[in-house]
Ligand binder design. Sequence first.
Ligand code: DC
Length: 205
Amino acid sequence: MIIAIDGPSASGKGTLAKKLAEHYQLAYLDTGLLYRKVAFDVIEAGEDPANIEATEKAALGLDMSNVEESRLRTPQIAEAASIVAAEPRVRAAILQFQRNFAKNPRGAVLDGRDIGSFVCPDADIKLFVSASAQVRAKRRFLELVAAGFTGSPEDVLNDIEARDARDRNRQAAPLKQVEDAYLLDTSNLDIETAFRTAVEWIDSK
Ligand code: DC
């Protein structure tokens, strides 16, 4: 079984995806981390995330072993990741990595922006997880503060809106809800309720 989960940042899709993977004993891939790692490697190499040659080179050499996740979860890397993710050559380089992962014989859960639309269009279940920008900004703000962030909630809301706009309006595989995806709006749902709702849909299919 392949479960494809898409949605904007801080919609709750990552937490939901992990819980579903555990529940159904499936492998789990957070595809946003791949773009974050490419952005991280580009910056480490002293290059600009908008430099197409440098980002393609990093994507072709992507190595996800020994990833220190906390270093990829900073606002700076989030911003750079949304820039590299708009580059079709980066997306092409990462596509095979994701499709190979989805071939796992036990099945897999992948979350991202274009899983149901592009990476795994034949997924057994597609979920589009969303929430209002205000709710998502509040969640992300609390996470960042716990990690030592000293900026304001407005900064976080502005970042979220800028990244949403970039993810939705880019030419290459933009974020969108495909027709055969279930829409799960988590604005007023806690994670347990969101999880139980998704399990009901999946089991009924
Ligand atoms: O989910 P995230 O915040 O970790 O994603 C980081 C960036 O990568 C974000 O701007 C969207 C982009 N991304 C993408 O374009 N396609 C995916 N499948 C996953 C993430």
